[in-house]
Design a protein around this ligand. Structure first.
Ligand code: AMP
Length: 219
């Protein structure tokens, strides 16, 4: 089997990881695996895990590593990941990065893209972000009237995430600096890190990521 296209996309909340992973998934033909989406679906469906993590998500804290690692390991058992995956929101701690190496074995992470965006811009993006509860499509608050609060992709309700409220945004950015920012050095030391300016229009960001993947022979 040829090498899997395993791309880790890092960046603060609101840096554009979800938007870029959706676009890249179409280009690359590998699934967008978002641990945030998996956890939110569990909360929405009131599964045992969902009930366990609901208040953690709402407060903008991190769910424990073992639980998230297990969810990712299970996701990699699905047939659609045979060609690879775009990982969004995972890993978020060094322990998760090490667990990911274990899960993937020899055929590991091929590249780590960091979407660089200043804090002031992510805070502004997060507070105006609205998402479809069903498919995760992302809108701006200014779009809501035009779409009558209904997702144009799937007809789901478009809402503001509880963790996109001001207190939780602040909390999430602190957690990012403490737990996730050290992963930049982790992937840089392995020669896998590519920094992309996330403060550009989405098409330009996608084009730059695809160039970086091509330059490194990833896809
Ligand atoms: P996201 O959509 O990636 O911003 O994730 C939303 C929330 O889900 C986070 O604020 C965390 O509470 C939880 N979460 C998502 N991914 C992880 C992860 N890899 N480790 C721990 N918690 C996570």
């Amino acid at each position: 089997m040829s090498a899997r296209v395993i791309v880790v996309v890092l960046g603060k909340q609101g840096a554009g990881k979800g938007t870029q992973c959706k676009r890249l998934a179409q280009h690359l033909g590998v699934p967008h695996v978002s641990t945030g989406d998996i956890l939110r679906a569990a909360v929405r469906d009131r599964t045992t895990i969902g009930l366990e993590v609901a208040s953690i998500l709402e407060a903008g804290q991190l769910v424990n590593d073992d639980l998230v690692n297990r969810l990712v390991e299970e996701r990699f058992n699905d047939a659609d990941t045979a060609g690879g995956a775009l990982l969004d929101g995972f890993p978020r701690t060094e322990a998760q990065a090490e667990a990911l190496d274990q899960i993937l074995g020899d055929d590991g992470v091929k590249i780590c893209i960091n979407l660089d965006v200043p804090n002031a811009l992510v805070a502004e993006r997060l507070s105006s972000r609205r998402v479809c509860q069903e498919c995760g499509a992302i809108y701006r608050d200014s779009d809501i009237e035009a779409i009558s609060g209904t997702c144009t992709n799937c007809g789901g309700d478009v809402v503001q995430r509880a963790d996109d409220m001001p207190d939780a945004i602040h909390q999430r950015l602190e957690v990012y600096e403490r737990d996730t920012a050290p992963l930049l050095a982790f992937y840089e030391a392995r020669g896998l890190l590519v920094r992309i300016d996330g403060d550009q229009d989405p098409q330009t960001v996608t084009a730059e990521i695809l160039d970086a993947l091509a330059e490194r022979g990833v896809a």
